[in-house]
Design a protein around this ligand. Structure first.
Ligand code: PRP
Length: 213
């Protein structure tokens, strides 16, 4: 008997919505609610299990095939890329990538090469390449909003959800980059070897979405 169908799930913001979806599909997620410090949690009748991981690691585990499926934000997919299938837009975790600057700044004025701080250098590079614009990119690990405030950068490319973080730090969206939401991804081999189980889950999700209108 093979191991349960294993789903890597992004901890934090996407966790609650993903568990909510599985519960709507009829999977008992008591183990996840009562997880304590456990990281691998059987759900439903035990034929599926959830692995709680950081977003980048969800992709790593799915790419390596130690998890068959993953739930991860499009932001992480765009930044990390990799070899896996992107199956469904799950509709939750909606936010956007945006170029933000200090309030009132005209970003495109002047001739010097601009500096952009970001946690997402690949997304940022692609965005400015598509404009034919040369920029210096500085990788920051967290609270990117600090960079323009400290005069390290002319702007940031970051996730904007409610806009509160920008507002409370005197920054504003200058331009939208792209929309983001949570996606179901799959290992390429699992799609073949566990086709029935994966397709059953996909149908359940699609039927649920269809019933919601
Ligand atoms: C993200 C992002 C912004 C904030 C935006 O950070 O980097 O800082 O959320 O959300 P808002 O528009 O609703 O204010 P996150 O909270 O994920 O933390 P991180 O910096 O550790 O990635």
């Amino acid at each position: 008997m093979s191991r349960p169908l294993r789903i890597a799930l992004t901890k934090g913001r996407l966790e609650k919505d993903t568990v909510g979806l599985f519960e709507q599909l009829g999977y008992d997620c008591t183990n996840v609610h009562e997880k304590g410090r456990r990281l691998i949690l059987p759900i439903g009748d035990g034929s599926m299990e959830v692995v709680l991981a950081k977003a980048n690691d969800v992709i790593t585990y799915v790419e390596h095939g130690v998890c068959d499926l993953g739930v991860v934000g499009k932001d992480t997919i765009l930044e990390m890329q990799g070899k896996f299938y992107e199956l469904i837009d799950l509709g939750f975790g909606r936010c956007k990538f945006a170029l933000a600057v200090k309030k009132g700044t005209d970003f495109y004025s002047g001739f010097g090469v601009k500096t952009i701080a970001t946690k997402y250098p690949n997304v940022t590079r692609k965005f400015f390449e598509s404009k034919g614009m040369d920029v210096d990119i500085v990788k920051i690990e967290g609270s990117v909003e600090l960079a323009p405030l400290l005069e390290l950068s002319d702007g940031i490319v970051d996730i904007v959800e409610t806009g509160t973080t920008l507002k409370e730090n005197g920054l504003e969206v200058y331009e939208d980059v792209c929309k983001i939401s949570a996606r179901l991804i799959a290992n390429t081999v699992s799609m073949k070897l566990r086709q029935n189980e994966v397709e059953t889950l996909i149908s359940q999700i699609e039927n649920y979405f269809a019933a919601q209108g």
